[in-house]
Ligand binder design. Structure first.
Ligand SMILES: CC(C)(COP(=O)(O)OP(=O)(O)OC[C@H]1O[C@@H](n2cnc3c(N)ncnc32)[C@H](O)[C@@H]1OP(=O)(O)O)[C@@H](O)C(=O)NCCC(=O)NCCS
Length: 183
């Protein structure tokens, strides 16, 4: 593994870059929205101070070269994030998570970002990239499929929804599949 941290990635329509404290208002648009945060947070941020505290932790974490968190920029606006966490060094595995503002849903934006981040992770030596979603959130599973992952199974009690333990549907792609996918 050769960790390089969160470096800028460019795709056809997007710039994926590090978050900064200037991103606070944009971030609060999704962390403060119950619809946006439903499947990723215990509850939405109640005020901008909570979003600021989380953003500060994220910005501070960029000193670690195994911290992967990109802001997604579309037409100059920060519209969401994509991250890699739950790293297992032994099996070279990493989990992808994402969220974008509702106004930009269903335009293939998260899929475009996810494909780019999958390439990034395999390029730096990961062998397995996975993700999972709540069964009530099929759009997220669609992103995983469209990004080249395949369904692995239903993980019983494998996730949290609004603070409650629940099942999740898990998808992955491993290096050998990724190579085929790209040839
Ligand atoms: C999940 C999320 C990231 C998807 O982002 P997105 O940019 O809209 O995703 P894409 O446009 O790349 O793909 C979405 C796909 O889901 C499909 N979809 C949307 N709603 C759906 C539904 N209720 N059932 C089935 N498919 C659905 C879309 O039609 C699209 O597929 P298509 O391109 O074949 O038509 C976005 O909805 C979001 O930010 N949600 C809140 C945060 C979240 O849930 N994060 C994931 C946690 S696991």
């Amino acid at each position: 593994m050769h960790h390089i941290g969160t470096q800028t990635i460019k795709t056809d329509r997007l710039i994926l870059r590090r978050l900064t404290m200037d991103d606070l208002n944009d971030k609060y648009e999704w962390t403060g929205s119950s619809e946006n945060s439903k499947f990723i947070m215990k509850e939405p941020h109640h005020n901008i101070a909570e979003a600021k505290s989380e953003l500060q932790q994220e910005v501070d974490s960029y000193i670690h070269d195994d911290f992967y968190m990109w802001g997604i920029v579309y037409h100059g606006e920060l519209i969401g994030y994509i991250c890699g966490n739950e790293i297992n060094e032994e099996i070279k595995s990493i989990c992808i998570g994402y969220c974008i503002k509702k106004a930009y849903w269903n335009q293939n934006i998260t899929t475009e970002a996810t494909k780019a981040v999958i390439d990034y992770f395999f390029d730096i030596g990961f062998n397995r990239v996975f993700s999972y979603h709540n069964p009530l959130n099929p759009a997220s599973g669609k992103v995983m499929l469209k990004s080249g992952m395949t369904f692995e199974g239903r993980i019983k009690g494998g996730s949290m929804l609004a603070g409650e333990i629940c099942d999740c549907l898990q998808y992955s792609i491993v290096r050998s599949e990724w190579k085929k996918y790209h040839n």
